[in-house]
Design a protein around this ligand. Structure first.
Ligand SMILES: [Zn+2]
Ligand SMILES: [Zn+2]
Length: 251
């Protein structure tokens, strides 16, 4: 872990100057490349071990694929995330979404850049998971869009950023549903944006978190159905497979 952190710091320092920001965990002022104070850094779970070869969630066992990817129809080609969805990162993502802390996206986008470079991702278009008009009106910003914009700004590729998908109706948050309900909840909720240009394009789809993967999967389905040659999802965090099963058993 210590070696990973020093390696991470070295790699982030190559791309970024130290950032003067609030710690993503506790809000304390920090000034370094990582965006966490030393205490919170200890509670961050980096997704830096073995991952599912399709959806990128952390795996503990010998398998190459997680349970979801072994049994479900998956439309995205690969998915990656620099963090596991727990501890400090879970709190930071919730804060980014619900506590009007959109500024957290500036720091979290650095990790998306780090992950994209580490995985050698190549793409023609950068896009993001949309919110419905109603939800957007309430929150006033789409955190996935903030992440995608910041990601493109860091890499100086704003010309690749496209709004490609629209969410045409509100849906029940996936966390509140059983595994079976989750599969049907989002079906038919997304459409291609009228101005989208994804035919024969390789698309990078950015979102804040991937739990069941249903959102990125539905978005990828729309993109693939309209001619995208490849869809790779990049999310700040993804939930570990065993956590999903634990949750579902208790539903
Ligand atoms: Zn902290
Ligand atoms: Zn998987």
């Amino acid at each position: 872990m210590i070696r990973w952190i020093s390696d991470l710091r070295r790699r982030l320092a190559k791309v970024f100057a130290p950032v003067d920001c609030r710690c993503l965990g506790c809000g304390r002022d920090v000034f370094d490349e990582l965006g966490f104070c030393p205490d919170c850094l200890k509670r961050v779970t980096f997704n830096n071990g073995k991952i599912c070869k399709r959806c990128g969630v952390a795996l503990d066992g010998d398998e190459d694929y997680c349970g979801n990817c072994a049994f479900d129809k998956i439309y995205f080609d690969r998915a990656f995330s620099p963090f596991c969805y727990d501890g400090v990162i879970r709190e930071a993502i919730v804060a980014m979404k619900f506590n009007n802390l959109g500024a957290y996206a500036d720091v979290l986008a650095r990790y998306l850049v780090f992950e994209a470079q580490r995985r050698h991702l190549v793409f023609d278009v950068v896009t993001f998971a949309p919110m419905s008009k109603g939800s957007l009106k309430k929150r006033r910003y789409n955190q996935a869009q903030l992440l995608a914009e910041q990601f493109c700004d860091i890499l100086d590729i704003r010309d690749k950023l496209q709004e490609t998908i629209v969410k045409i109706r509100d849906t029940v948050p996936q966390e509140r549903l059983s595994r079976t309900e989750r599969k049907t909840n989002l079906v038919g909720s997304y459409r291609l944006h009228p101005k989208a240009d994804v035919k024969n394009k390789s698309v990078l789809l950015i979102d804040d978190v991937k739990t069941t993967g249903a959102t990125v999967n539905e978005c990828a389905k729309v993109l693939k159905n309209h001619g995208a040659t490849q869809v790779v999802a990049l999310t700040v965090a993804s939930r570990k497979e065993n956590f999903i099963f634990e949750q579902e058993e208790s539903v």
